[in-house]
Design a protein around this ligand. Structure first.
Ligand code: NI
Length: 212
């Protein structure tokens, strides 16, 4: 049974460590498989579209992603990820579950190819452009002890609808809202979230346009 773990926030030393490579034998351990289940559960509950192990105070090189927009963007877990290709440059507005309520502007690669292992130790390759690509880069940074606020300009509270959508974009609430609702997790929804969800599509379009 998966458990929701606590998401640690900026200031916690684990977020600043370079996470350790996962050893092959760990993959077959029940505790490691439990960790993966817990990471998905914690990400969906947040709600978010990506979560790296250091964010739940586990300094190991793996992350989960699930954009929940279609079946091409997850759910994936990537163990010991690397970028096989990075190209292009795109402006991004990002937020992070470990830096709640804050957004910033930064530059990311437009397209990445991420390789690693799945939960069974099988090689996987994820092709990431747009939001998915930015999410992969954001999660990879967590494994190296880097937070987006280290690279971002104009770090600020998320106030406008576009900024709230940006928090949603890379790691925070938004696309995952529908999933949480489908789980009948009604108690988690406050007025602000409902408000955000009503504007969800247009805000995401606006954010996409802004970063294009
Ligand atoms: Ni983050």
């Amino acid at each position: 049974m998966p458990y929701i773990r606590e998401i640690i926030t900026d200031g916690h030393p684990t977020l600043r460590k370079v996470a350790k490579k996962v050893q092959p034998h760990e993959l077959s351990e029940p505790l490691f498989q439990q960790l993966i289940e817990d990471m998905f559960e914690t990400m969906y509950h947040a709600p978010g579209i990506g979560l790296a192990a250091p964010q739940i105070n586990v300094s190991k090189r793996l992350f989960v992603v699930h954009l929940q927009d279609d079946d091409k963007h997850g759910p994936f877990v990537v163990v010991n990820p690397k970028f096989a290709l990075v190209e292009g440059e795109i402006e991004s507005i990002e937020g992070c579950l470990s830096v709640p309520g804050i957004v910033g502007d930064l530059s990311r690669h437009e397209h990445v190819v991420c390789t690693g292992l799945d939960r069974n130790g099988k090689k996987i390759e994820l092709d990431g452009a747009g939001l998915f690509g930015r999410c992969l880069q954001h999660e990879m940074d967590h494994l190296d002890g880097v937070l987006y606020i280290d690279k971002a300009k104009n770090v600020r509270p998320a106030v406008t609808e576009e900024e709230k959508a940006a928090v949603a974009e890379v790691e925070g609430a938004g696309p995952a809202h529908d999933r949480a609702e489908a789980d009948n997790d009604a108690t988690e929804h406050d007025a602000a979230e409902h408000d955000a969800s009503e504007h969800d599509t247009s805000d995401r379009d606006a954010a996409a346009a802004a970063s294009a």
